[in-house]
Write a protein that binds this ligand. Structure first.
Ligand SMILES: *Cc1c(COP(=O)(O)O)cnc(C)c1O
Length: 471
């Protein structure tokens, strides 16, 4: 083998064909197509030429250059392979992880999505053979489960809030407590959504205390809506006051304005057994006399991304006929996933819904899984320790609730925690972990038991790679 000399010769660069004929070149072409492989080769060769022109030390010699180009192509191809909306294993312990797709769908919801992906009876009534109403079954299930007259599904809760305010408050005033002018999840800001809808904000009360009389005084000729917002990821504690929904409902009726509540996380059932004591239940809001509510499909409800609007007949009907609805409506797969999820609620089969199942797992049950997991993950150079820790609900719900868990702490004698975290994250099946006290930790609460074998395989692969590199 020629030893790399300090003066690289451009004539030693491989041709595009030569690279494409290599094993790596053929592999990349098989996976991504001939054109993408050729484009990548040209780009990597151009980079190398530019480096040589700039005097960057790049070595020299035919063999060295070919190896260098192939290595660079493998790296780029691997990075591209990891990009995109792909499946990952969530071992972070954050149940409703916004960056990881929020609520994982139930087995039945996943099947339903696959099932309707081809042709399906989206706007077709199979029994009459005539045109049917889009999403009717999901809407009926929402009505049944919340006690509302009717419901409508849009893209997400932000769209739902924007839609309700645009349809009912544009050009008028919306009265809201100062304590509820919140920002949720970084980019949903109540005042911004209000402004965008063409409504004028009328703030009442103070950050910690707002009284019924404050609302009463603020309502005028141009008031259209009293808006109540569940602060979701934010709590004001201590000296606080707010009128009840029933009081606001009575006031809105006498003054002939709409009472709208943006609930956000949307619990369809009482979750206090799971430690979520102050998450509002949609049914309670409807029973208290709220005219219309909005909530997310993929937070505590545990279904697909969707914004659910539930309320009085005439309100929902007006929204259904509004031109904006056409722009905000959802895909058939969303209805399918939502129907399957709501069907589990209807049968009170809460354990079928992953979010509720994960939230209800006890520390003891997780400890048992962790022990079995460690026993099954034995590898020559990874060490495991089971320690106490906390999982998080995430998704902006119940910020003051901490779920106790047992974590599997993983260490490797030759790898720092951040190196190990990176290796797991960039594994063929990306494994998302957390680092606590300088150790990588795995929280099995958010790992589907069916994914455990793949998680163990990922750990073993890292251990093998580091062994083969050190010899
Ligand atoms: C999360 C949340 C939203 C935004 O919901 P998306 O479904 O993410 O659009 C709106 N309002 C409240 C109160 C929320 O908690």
């Amino acid at each position: 083998m020629p030893t790399p000399s300090p003066n690289p010769d451009l004539r030693d660069l491989p041709s595009v064909d030569e690279v494409l004929r290599s094993e790596t070149g053929r592999e990349i072409a098989a996976l991504s197509g001939e054109k993408a492989a050729a484009d990548l080769t040209r780009r990597v060769l151009d980079e190398l030429r530019a480096d040589i022109a700039a005097g960057t030390p790049v070595g020299s010699g035919k063999t060295h250059f070919l190896e260098r180009v192939i290595l660079r192509m493998t790296q780029e191809h691997d990075a591209a392979r990891l990009a995109g909306t792909r499946r990952v294993i969530n071992a972070s312990g954050v149940v409703i992880h916004t960056n990881l797709g929020r609520a994982p769908l139930s087995a039945a919801a996943k099947r339903a999505v696959a099932d309707v992906s081809g042709y399906c009876a989206l706007e077709y009534d199979v029994s009459t053979g005539r045109r049917g109403k889009r999403g009717r079954r999901a809407e009926r299930l929402i009505a049944e489960l919340t006690g509302a007259d009717d419901a409508l599904i849009v893209n997400n809760c932000a769209a739902a809030a924007f839609f309700v305010l645009t349809a009912f408050a544009s050009g008028g005033e919306v009265v809201i407590s100062r304590g509820e002018l919140v920002e949720i999840g970084g980019d949903f800001r109540v005042p911004d959504v209000l402004a965008q809808s063409g409504a004028t904000l009328r703030e009442v009360g103070t950050t910690n205390r707002t009284k019924l009389a404050d609302y009463e005084r603020a309502i005028g000729a141009s008031t259209r809506v009293i808006l109540r917002v569940h602060p979701s990821n934010y709590r004001i504690v201590g000296f606080t006051a707010a009128p009840t929904l029933a009081e606001l409902s009575a006031l809105s009726q006498t003054r002939n304005v709409l009472l709208y509540e943006d609930i956000g996380s949307g619990a369809l059932t009482d979750l206090s057994k799971l430690g979520l004591k102050d998450e509002p239940i949609v049914r309670d809001s409807i029973a208290a006399g709220v005219d219309v509510v909005t909530f997310s499909g993929d937070k505590l409800l545990g279904g697909p991304q969707a914004g659910i609007i539930a309320g009085r007949f005439e309100i929902i009907e007006r929204l259904r006929k509004h031109p904006l609805y056409r722009a905000l409506r959802v895909d058939k797969t969303v209805y399918a996933a939502l129907e399957a999820t709501l069907d589990s609620y209807r049968r009170e089969a809460y354990d079928e819904i992953p979010v509720l199942r994960m939230l209800s797992m006890t520390k003891d049950a997780i400890a048992e899984r962790a022990e079995r997991f460690v026993a099954g993950s034995q590898s020559p150079d990874l060490s495991f320790e089971i320690i106490n820790g906390h999982s998080a609900i995430g998704g902006g719900a119940a910020p003051n609730v901490q779920l106790e868990t047992r974590l599997v702490a993983v260490t490797h004698p030759a790898m720092s925690a951040s190196k190990l975290e990176f290796a797991l994250r960039t594994n063929k099946m990306p494994i998302i972990t957390r680092i606590v006290d300088d150790r990588v930790v795995i929280d099995l609460r958010t790992v589907d038991p069916h994914d455990e074998a793949e998680l163990i395989a990922g750990l073993q692969r890292i251990s093998e790679q580091t062994v083969s590199k050190s010899v």
